[in-house]
Design a protein around this ligand. Structure first.
Ligand SMILES: NC(=O)c1ccc[n+]([C@@H]2O[C@H](COP(=O)([O-])OP(=O)(O)OC[C@H]3O[C@@H](n4cnc5c(N)ncnc54)[C@H](OP(=O)(O)O)[C@@H]3O)[C@@H](O)[C@H]2O)c1
Length: 248
């Protein structure tokens, strides 16, 4: 099966990393179902005609189980198959742990982690038909202790754990799961932090090259994993962080 005949579904395709994932998959010939809350597909750039021709847009708030199920059904109805699910949608929140509310903790876990389990579960019947691939968007924060980030770090550790468990459980059905864990990538998610000179100085000192990552690099890695379809790569978390997570 060549990429030209294969179908990828991307959650949170409206902006940032998800938008670049959709572009990179289309550049490799995938037909791409772009899921976003507004149902408008990538909103942060003009979609070239060749990418638009390969894409279809669907509304999906990933905190709504029924919306996930119906978006996947609609994508399958439109394209006739689903080969790749990219669980990208996510939010960031932070605050002093002694004051962080249960509601805020659970809201972040719902969007970042529970949704990954729900979308994977709902996509499983389609992916079992195609012996497909799930790519989860984790974070290098999954293995770090970061002050004020108890919920975000817990959510990304959960994403990697969900990926490992589903990978071993579904391997015999031919469904693989890989987690991509970006480091600091310049998007809306951290724009306000980067506007702070002290923070910018801190983060660029922590990255060995002194440069933050670009969302297009994450898109390229996800599309490469989808296109190469390496059958022996399963359950693993692949870090794309410029070496920050291992920097001492
Ligand atoms: N940027 C980084 O440094 C970095 C590092 C590691 C991991 N990540 C992860 O990469 C993923 C994408 O982040 P980003 O940097 O591209 O952030 P972003 O620019 O803020 O984009 C977040 C995306 O998630 C979508 N989203 C948020 N809540 C949603 C919901 N309930 N239902 C559906 N879609 C929802 C947003 O859609 P709307 O347009 O509707 O808001 C948007 O498309 C996240 O999982 C994030 O944790 C980012």
């Amino acid at each position: 099966m060549t990429a030209e005949q294969r179908v990828a579904v991307v959650t949170g395709a409206s902006r940032g990393i998800g938008s670049t994932v959709a572009a990179a998959l289309a550049a490799r010939g995938f037909r791409v179902a772009c899921l976003s809350r507004k149902g408008l597909g990538p909103e942060d750039r003009d979609r070239p005609a060749d990418e638009a021709a390969l894409s279809a847009d669907f509304a999906c708030d990933v905190t709504d189980d029924a919306a996930i199920a119906s978006a996947l059904k609609a994508a399958h109805g439109r394209f006739g198959r689903i080969d790749v699910l990219v669980n990208n949608a996510g939010v960031h929140d932070e605050g002093k742990s002694a004051e962080f509310t249960t509601a805020a903790f659970e809201a972040l876990m719902r969007t970042n982690a529970t949704s990954v389990f729900v979308a994977s579960r709902e996509a499983y019947p389609y992916l079992a038909e195609t012996r497909g691939l799930i790519v989860n968007m984790g974070s290098y924060y999954d293995k770090l202790g970061v002050r004020f980030h108890v919920a975000y770090c817990a959510s990304k550790a959960a994403v990697a754990a969900i990926g490992r468990c589903l990978a071993v459980e579904w391997a015999k059905a031919g469904v693989r799961v890989v987690t991509v864990a970006p480091g600091f990538i310049g998007t809306d998610l951290n724009q306000s932090h980067m506007a702070n000179a002290r923070f910018r100085d801190f983060i660029t000192r922590r990255i060995p090259s002194g440069e933050i990552g670009r969302p297009e690099e994450v898109g390229a890695l996800v599309a490469m994993l989808a296109a190469e379809n390496l059958q022996f790569l399963n359950g693993e978390t692949i870090y794309l962080d410029g070496g920050q997570g291992m920097n001492h």
